[in-house]
Design a protein around this ligand. Structure first.
Ligand code: MUC
Ligand code: MG
Length: 378
């Protein structure tokens, strides 16, 4: 028995190393919410982040802090952290939706238990199938020449050889010219993917995806709105050389099942935040793998804590046809964790535990926090 004694959800804002341009926002700082759980005198950590506030999805930093630090804390205080399935079920039932908040608390509880047992989180989850996962980088400076320069640097450092380009904010012909120039610059040396973040309608996607494919792009993430599963299916059928990836449209296992039933994509971006924690991520991954869809270890650009939690979980789930993009900490100018992620030979490496394998830097959290601490003590 490891009773949960304290749950805190602390919002913080950490600047990025450069502006990150996406179709729906330009981000120069990341809003994260650190969830700190104390059980049996041991602390565990989880993290949720939003990209541009409630713009990538519905959840905001303020909402996540309120849901995790108040509504979910209310039902979890005094519960046994060791009873992980029961904890996750209780969290899932306590509140509708709010998957980011649920995932952050779920991760913190898993981290506490792993630390209490003196194990790596991945070992608590049954053990890793791989301790190093391929690591992509997003080129999104907003400038073609700067992106090429940045990509060359990443290749030289042997950090990344898979590049995702964020498009959809500019006219499609401008975007396609930008992507084509970068694909030409890295031809034979790096893979090029795009993420439209739902910005196109179906006719725009139908017109421009073939041009991207011809330019050498191998994967296109969420070209149309997440709800538009039939359009995803038509686009995938019309572009068989391109893997269309579901991201915003695939949060719940039911979403994943619908994409499978409608043959709406060839690849699925996993994100524990979208799926509400460990059980949801496992369910989505299982549906995708069963249907032969390629897995991608996605990110919400979390800092080190959320990134490591995802890495431990991803390492237990099987093969990643599209690798991972767990580069969030490398986009941030500072860190709320006491250790850095280990990146070499184009891969992110699983750290030794206990738990997620890093501590929380309390001074940094104090420095970057944006709100008063929300604490519920029984
Ligand atoms: C997204 O939609 O995939 C992941 C990498 C990145 O640059 O943005 C995110 C969000
Ligand atoms: Mg995406």
């Amino acid at each position: 028995m490891l009773p949960i004694e304290r749950i805190e959800a602390i919002p913080a804002r950490v600047p990025t190393i450069r502006p990150h341009h996406l179709s729906f926002a330009t981000v120069d700082a990341m809003d994260v919410v650190i969830v700190r759980v104390t059980a049996g005198g041991i602390e565990g950590y989880g993290e949720a982040s939003t990209i541009g506030g409630p713009r990538w999805g519905e959840e905001s930093p303020e909402g996540i802090a309120a849901i995790a630090g108040h509504y979910l804390a209310e039902v979890m205080l005094g519960q046994d952290a060791m009873a992980l399935n029961a904890a996750e079920d209780r969290i899932a039932r306590a509140v509708r939706g709010n998957y980011f908040a649920k995932a952050a608390l779920c991760m913190a509880i898993h981290d506490v238990v792993a630390r209490a047992k003196g194990m790596r989180l991945a070992d608590l989850l049954g053990g890793p199938l791989s301790t190093a996962l391929p690591l992509a980088w997003t080129l999104a400076s907003g400038d073609t020449a700067r992106d090429i320069e940045e990509g060359e640097r990443m290749l030289g450092l042997r950090r990344h050889r898979d590049f995702k380009l964020k498009i959809g904010a500019k006219a499609p012909e401008v975007d396609v010219a930008h992507v084509s120039a970068i694909a030409r610059a890295f031809a034979g040396r790096a893979s090029i993917r795009v993420d439209v973040n739902q910005a196109w309608d179906e006719p725009t996607a139908a017109r421009w995806l073939p041009a991207l494919s011809d330019a050498g792009v191998t994967m296109a993430e969420q070209p149309v709105a997440g709800w538009n599963v039939p359009a995803m299916a038509r686009l995938q059928r019309a572009n068989p050389r391109l893997a269309i990836m579901g991201d915003e449209g695939i949060a719940t296992p039911q979403d994943a099942q619908r994409h499978v039933t409608e043959a709406a994509c060839h690849a699925v971006a996993l994100k524990p935040a979208k799926h509400g924690g460990v059980a949801g991520t496992r369910a989505v991954a299982a549906i995708a793998r069963t249907a032969g869809l390629g897995l991608y270890g996605g990110t919400m650009l979390e800092g080190t804590i959320g990134t490591l939690a995802s890495l431990h979980l991803y390492s237990t789930l099987g093969e990643y046809a599209w690798g991972t993009e767990l580069f969030g900490p490398l986009l941030l100018r500072d860190s709320l964790a006491t250790t850095a992620i280990e990146v070499r030979d184009f891969a992110i490496h699983l750290p030794e535990g206990p738990g997620i394998g890093t501590g929380l830097d309390a001074d940094k959290l104090e420095h970057f926090r944006t709100d008063r601490r929300r604490t519920l003590v029984p």
